[in-house]
Design a binder for this molecule. Structure first.
Ligand code: NDP
Length: 319
């Protein structure tokens, strides 16, 4: 065995709520977990301002603060948290091989692997959108997380899939008005979801409409300038919140060909209700396998499941 190969009992890939919860459970079960933080230490929550729906924080907590606390809790039980990301895996043999770093400078042989690489929300990519997203000034990709902050105000939501419909409906219960920007002349969403949106009095749907710029006053969003791609008409829509619901991309590219993924790249559970994948000893938790719920609390719950399943797998193997 070459000297840069390290053997570990439990390798956790990713540092969102799923990864850290898996680490807390694995560490307390004496599995000496090693956790690689990945490209975005702390995961998607580090781009969220206030988290008010995670039980146990009656006053709310900021996303970054919550991730610092989760990390501290994992380290309290001696999780080895490391900076770096996985660039290649080989799950074809008895030992699960994982390479770390751009030049694959480190090779790890793990008895168990817990995948918690999460997903990334897609954005339009406009500089004005990114500016207000980064400063927490009114751009969000999660209505369930951030909609409450726009209670009694006007918001805009971009997208026409099931997520956009679900989120528009959620916002309509909080906001005085929701303007939905649909880039084609029809929805992609299922009929039932689209119909519900169409029937909601305070949701205005603008078809054939694309965002040219998110408008703001330097502190926060004040609206959007939009263009009708059929007529060329340009207009401004006032709003304090700009929600983007144009899909997510699971961070699973490195697992292609190694593990069963669905047609959109989400890791498939081998057995519903567990964290098992089709590879014995490899488990999944969080948004890498979840396109429905995508919440910190559900990610944490599946992180716990993955650690317990990994512990049971090791116990059965060791007899
Ligand atoms: P989808 O990929 O289904 O929809 C994305 C939407 O965003 C499409 O309407 C698309 O437009 C639009 N879009 C993409 N890029 C842009 C852009 N640059 N500008 C403007 N609009 C854009 O993603 P979802 O997240 O909605 O759903 C993902 C999966 O999860 C689906 O299978 C869905 O059914 C499922 N889901 C199910 C739910 C449920 O059943 N409760 C809830 C949420 C999701 P266009 O149509 O023109 O391509």
């Amino acid at each position: 065995m070459s000297e840069n190969i390290e053997k570990v009992k439990c390798l956790i890939i990713g540092s969102g709520p799923a990864g850290y919860t898996a680490a807390i459970y694995a560490a307390r079960a004496n599995m000496a977990p090693v956790l690689y933080e990945g490209m975005q230490p702390g995961g998607q929550l580090t781009t969220t301002n206030e988290v008010e729906n995670f039980p146990g924080y009656p006053e709310g907590v900021t996303g970054p603060e919550m991730m610092v606390q989760l990390r501290a809790q994992a380290e309290r039980f001696d999780t080895d948290v490391r900076n770096g990301w996985v660039t290649k895996v080989d799950f074809s043999g008895e030992v699960h091989k994982v390479w770390i770093g751009e030049n694959m400078e480190k090779e790890i042989h793990a008895d168990t692997v817990i995948i918690s690489t999460g997903a990334s929300a897609k954005y339009l990519g406009l500089p004005s959108e990114q500016k207000y997203l980064e400063m927490g000034g009114g751009v969000s990709a999660c209505a369930v997380c951030d909609g409450f902050f726009y209670k009694g105000q006007e918001t805009i939501i971009v997208g026409a899939g099931d997520s956009a419909c679900e989120e528009a409906h959620y916002l309509s219960k909080l906001c005085t008005k929701v303007t939905m920007l649909v880039r084609r002349d029809e929805f992609r969403a299922s009929k039932i979801m689209a119909e519900r949106v169409k029937k909601t009095a305070n949701i205005e749907i603008l078809y054939n409409t694309e965002t040219e710029e998110v408008l703001g006053d330097g502190m926060g969003v004040t609206g959007a300038r939009v263009k009708n791609n059929a007529t060329g008409e340009v207009k401004e829509i006032p709003a304090t919140g700009f929600f983007v619901a144009i899909g997510h991309k699971p961070n699973t590219d490195i697992f292609k060909g190694q593990i069963n993924l669905d047609e959109t790249g989400y890791i498939k559970y081998e057995k519903p209700g567990t964290s098992l994948t089709n590879i014995p000893g490899v488990f999944v938790s969080g948004d890498a396998a979840d396109k429905t719920y995508r919440q910190a609390i559900t990610a944490a719950g599946t992180g716990c499941q993955a650690a317990l399943d990994a512990e049971r797998y090791l116990a059965a193997k060791e007899g």
